[in-house]
Every structure is written in structure tokens, then in C-alpha cells.
Design a protein around this ligand. Structure first.
Ligand SMILES: *Cc1c(COP(=O)(O)O)cnc(C)c1O
Length: 369
């Protein structure tokens, strides 16, 4: 049996090596390393897939920062986000001197608990940032309704959910990242659409806002050396765009492979021992992570390690208990669901190259623990 990995980027590369190498050689020959034609072509192609304008940038964290800069938030403004998420979401708020306002998550979906958002809103609130965690959309219909009622912007952090589809109660379907004012995503190598370094993008359906995002990502300029607004240096490398153009063609296949792994786990893991991921009725799941819950999490992790099965904990320390993000109004115990999840979640290997032999071995190891 091949060694089991959390992600297997090497085998994935081997399968498309000829195409990727040719695309990279094209860029090297052109030497158009920054803002080469492949960047715009990639934006067009991804835009057609998600149904929004795409503005590429250097990484998913920058994408969040650019979004918050574009919407003109001022120091002291409050932004609501789930407390069970990756640090990047809160980090950019702190950098812009905004106040992260945490909300607990739903224990089944792991996403922000829409029923708890309204009580976190104050006169200073300017936005809600739902995170589509592990590959499944947050419950956007009620979130958008709350935002509309209170005149708040919505920035979706879709770094883990590119390609997930949300279905509204009227039957309308939208892609993750295209429902709020702005959506953001990441092309970090291990993400569902990963490049060979850092990369990110913003989505919007508003042409004027798209122009503003594009300017901010490029030093606030529309015309070179004419800076109309304050921006940052955050561009997607041409090499990464060329690689992403190749991989984008395989994205739906990659998602299908992940779904097959998730279906296998669902069917073969013993429900009495572990809680398998909940599938929401209104969102598809692209399984960036396959995250189970168990009371004896740390022992299970050690047991699997001994059997050469890697696992990861996303996330072991909730944001409100992180040294850098502690605030007196968020003492230990104030977000019971997130705190419980930080003790019970464990993510199993899931990627596009897993074999049925590996899956059977992992399920057997968990079911006999
Ligand atoms: C990966 C990730 C990011 C950050 O993306 P980078 O490209 O690594 O900067 C932001 N939010 C979430 C939820 C992520 O998973």
C-alpha cells in the first residue's frame, strides 16, 4: 500500500505533469512574470465557472484584506465572524483596526450559527464574514436576510469551499463566494484548487466594486504610477495563473474524487464510535476536509499515528482563546460549541488520489479502536 498522506500533491502533479510543465515553460519563455496574459485568462475562465467577476491576488488572506479595504471600513468598526475558523479571517480585521466580533457555530455544520448573529450586532457593526468551513456553505439565506435588515455587507470566506453550490428556498443556486457583496478564496497548494505556491482571488457581481478591488490589489492604481486610492501589492504570479488554468479544467473531477472518498468514509465508519460530517440540505459539500467528531479524539489520533495514518486538528485552539485575539468579553466557556469542537474534531486524510485499499485500512483502524 502507498503511504497515506493528508494530501498527495505529488501524484496529482504526475497525472497532469506534461500539461503543467508546458504551461510553465510558456511563461518562462515569455518572461511576463507579473500581470502576464495568463492571469487575465485565468480570471475569465474561473469567472465563467463560478458566475462572478474574478480578481486574482497573492493569497487568500490578502483577498480578505482587500475586500475589507474596498468596502471602506473604518477603525473601530465591528465585523462578525465565526469563532471556529482559520486565523486569517480575524487577522486582517486586526490589521485594519477593525474589531472581530465572534459568534459560535452550529455543532452539526461547523459553520456560523445564523440564529446567534443578531444578538452580536451593535450600531458599530458593518459586516458579517461567514466562512464556508471544510467545504460546505454556511446557511447563507438567513445570513443575507439579517445583513439586508441591518444594512450590513457580507464577505464570504470561500477559501475551503470553491465549487460548492448553495440552493435558496426559491430553487435559485449560487456558487460559494458569489452570494455576498464580495467572496474570497485561496489557491494555497492543499486547497481544492491549489497552485504551486501562494495565490488567491476575490469574487463579486458588481462591476464598479470589481474595478475597485482590482485597483487595491495593485497599489491603488488604474494607470501605472497614478495612485487614486491606497492599495497593497498583491498580485497572482503569471506562473501560478498558468498552472491554475490547467488545474481548473480538472476541478470538477477533483471535487468528484473527494466526494467519493467522503461517501466511502460515510458508509464504512462505525457511527456508534464517531460522528461523521453532517450534509446540509441547502449546500453541496466539496470536502476540503473530512472532519469527524469523537470524545476520545486525542487517543484516536495517537492510535492512528502508530498505524501510519496521519490526521489533523482544525482547529485545536479557538480564536477567542488565542493569545493574540483574547478580549476580556470573551472568557473561556463563552463559546461552548466551538470549545467542544476544538476538543473533539479530527480530520481524516482526503484528497484526489486516495485508493480503496487506503480507505479500507483507515476505516478498519478507526472501527477497531
Ligand atoms: C486557507 C484559508 C485562508 C487563507 O488563505 P491563504 O491563501 O493561506 O492566505 C483564509 N480562510 C480560510 C478559512 C482558509 O482555510
Amino acid at each position: 500500500m502507498q503511504p497515506i498522506r493528508m494530501v498527495d500533491l505529488h501524484t496529482q502533479y504526475e497525472r497532469i505533469k506534461a500539461e503543467v510543465d508546458a504551461a510553465m515553460a510558456r511563461v518562462l519563455e515569455s518572461t511576463a512574470f507579473i500581470k502576464g496574459p495568463e492571469v487575465e485568462q485565468f480570471e475569465q475562465e474561473l469567472g465563467a465557472v463560478v458566475g462572478a467577476q474574478v480578481i486574482s491576488c497573492a493569497n487568500g488572506t490578502d483577498a480578505l484584506q482587500i475586500a475589507m479595504m474596498a468596502l471602506g471600513f473604518q477603525p473601530g468598526d465591528e465585523v462578525i465572524l465565526p469563532v471556529h475558523t482559520y486565523v486569517a479571517t480575524a487577522e486582517v480585521m486586526a490589521l485594519l483596526r477593525l474589531k472581530p466580533v465572534f459568534v459560535d457555530v452550529d455543532p452539526r455544520s461547523f459553520n456560523i450559527d445564523a440564529r446567534q448573529i443578531e444578538k452580536a450586532i451593535t450600531p458599530k457593526t458593518v459586516a458579517i464574514v461567514p466562512v464556508h468551513l471544510y467545504g460546505q456553505c454556511a446557511d447563507m439565506e438567513p445570513i443575507l436576510a439579517i445583513a439586508a435588515k441591518h444594512h450590513l455587507q457580507v464577505i464570504e470566506d470561500a477559501a475551503q469551499a470553491l465549487g460548492a453550490t448553495y440552493t435558496f428556498s426559491n430553487g435559485e443556486k449560487r456558487q460559494a463566494g458569489t452570494m455576498g457583496t464580495i467572496g474570497t478564496t485561496s489557491f494555497f497548494p492543499s486547497k481544492n484548487l491549489g497552485c504551486f505556491g501562494d495565490g488567491g482571488a476575490l469574487f463579486t457581481r458588481d462591476a464598479a466594486l470589481a474595478e475597485r478591488l482590482r485597483m487595491i490589489a495593485n497599489h491603488g492604481q488604474r494607470i501605472k504610477y497614478h495612485h487614486d486610492i491606497i492599495g497593497i501589492n498583491s498580485r497572482l504570479d503569471t506562473l501560478q495563473a498558468a498552472i491554475l488554468r490547467v488545474k481548473l479544467k480538472y476541478l470538477s473531477g477533483y471535487i468528484r474524487s473527494r466526494l467519493e472518498v467522503a461517501n466511502y468514509y460515510d458508509q464504512h465508519l462505525d457511527n456508534g464510535r464517531v460522528v461523521v460530517p453532517h450534509r446540509s440540505e441547502n449546500s453541496s459539500h466539496v470536502f476540503h476536509q473530512y472532519t469527524i467528531r469523537t470524545e476520545r479524539r486525542d487517543q484516536l489520533k495517537k492510535h492512528l499515528e502508530k498505524l501510519q495514518i496521519p490526521t489533523m486538528i482544525y482547529y485545536p485552539v479557538p480564536l477567542h482563546l488565542q493569545k493574540a485575539y483574547r478580549q476580556p468579553e470573551y472568557p473561556e466557556g463563552c463559546f461552548p460549541v466551538t470549545e467542544e469542537l476544538s476538543r473533539s474534531v479530527i480530520s481524516l486524510p482526503i484528497h484526489t488520489e486516495m485508493t480503496s485499499e487506503q480507505l479500507a485500512y483507515i476505516c478498519q483502524a478507526i472501527n477497531t479502536f
